[in-house]
Ligand binder design. Structure first.
Ligand code: FES
Ligand code: FES
Length: 241
């Protein structure tokens, strides 16, 4: 009888004792347990999250909106989401106001609403019923360019001209704001408005209007010239500016 068979003797108590686990069996068991434990997590990772059901947006139909632009009433059929810029260009046919960034960064779309300069790409047309809107087409009056328009030509304050309508509207409002005592962030003493606009003041107050051609020096010169010339009614004969 072999030595192995001797250890299987029923009378031998040591035969009923489970074999001592080896290091290999321990590692195999641990790996299996880890795999089972990780399975739900792996399944969760690979499952594509279900998108919430799409909301069906009800279209809001166009309705008549009356805008007063350069002294003329335009009744336009507009959805409420239409910006003032798109209403002017695409619906009223006033293409002088330019679309640059369409997000309030370049100033190309600047127009005047009741004399206050605004970015028309950032506001809805329906919000301006009852206001007097002035675009670049409205700065000249009775066939005569406004002082600011003439100064831009005399000082060569543009190259491609794309930013120029916004620059003109902004510069026109700038002089009115200064005349009314509005301070800027470079005004040294907001309690005592300086008598004259410095170039720093002009640059700061025109900083919302970007010129990709870099005509800034000549734009400042044009604004300064109108300011030093009195700057009265820089919107020409138009009573709205
Ligand atoms: S188009 Fe409105 S700020 Fe640029
Ligand atoms: S003149 Fe070209 S962007 Fe100003």
């Amino acid at each position: 009888m072999s030595k192995h068979n001797e250890s299987q003797d029923p009378g031998d108590v040591s035969a009923a004792t489970p074999p001592k686990p080896s290091r290999r069996r321990f590692l195999q068991s641990a790996a299996a347990a880890a795999t089972v434990g990780a399975a739900p997590h792996l399944r969760a990772q690979t499952q594509t999250p279900t998108a919430p059901p799409a909301q069906v947006q009800q279209a809001v139909p166009p309705r008549p909106v009356t805008l007063t632009v350069n002294g003329r009433a335009y009744t336009l059929q507009l959805e409420p989401r239409v910006t003032l810029l798109d209403a002017l260009r695409e619906y009223a046919g006033l293409m002088g106001t330019k679309k640059g960034c369409d997000r309030g960064q370049c100033g190309a779309c600047t127009v005047l609403a009741d004399g206050r300069r605004i970015n028309s790409c950032l506001t809805l047309a329906v919000m301006h019923e009852g206001e007097s809107i002035t675009t670049v087409e409205g700065l000249a009056a009775n066939g005569a360019l406004s002082p600011m328009q003439r100064a831009f030509i005399e000082h060569d304050a543009f190259q491609c001209g794309y930013c120029t309508p916004g620059q003109l509207c902004s510069a026109t409002a700038l002089l009115n704001e200064f005349r009314n005592g509005t301070a800027s962030t470079v005004t040294a003493d907001v309690r005592n408005r300086p008598a004259q606009l410095s170039d720093d003041e002009i640059r700061e107050r025109m900083s919302g209007n970007i010129c990709r051609c870099g005509a800034y020096a000549n734009i400042v010169a044009a604004v300064r010239a109108v300011h030093e010339g009195g700057g009265q009614n820089s919107g020409g004969n138009n009573p709205n500016v």
